[in-house]
Design a protein. Structure first.
Length: 74
């Protein structure tokens, strides 16, 4: 309907803004791990090797990113 506010679009925009803000509040290492696994398609082992950390550390960092994003999505 013309002139009717796009409520769902506004909610999505606000949700994405919260998630982006949450991601930016994380450390660079958190963001790197997330980017490498989610967008570059690397495995945890490949990401850990690339960053010079062990697999458990890469898993922990990814887990923390997921927690932050889930919290921002509420």
């Amino acid at each position: 309907m013309p002139g009717f506010p796009d409520i769902l679009g506004l909610r999505r925009w606000r949700r994405l803004r919260r998630m982006r803000k949450s991601l930016l509040a994380l450390t660079a290492m958190h963001r790197d791990v997330f980017r490498m696994i989610r967008f570059d398609g690397l495995s945890i082992a490949q990401t850990a090797e690339e960053l010079g950390i062990d697999n458990a550390e890469a898993e922990r960092l990814l887990y923390e990113v997921v927690l932050v994003l889930v919290s921002a999505d509420r």
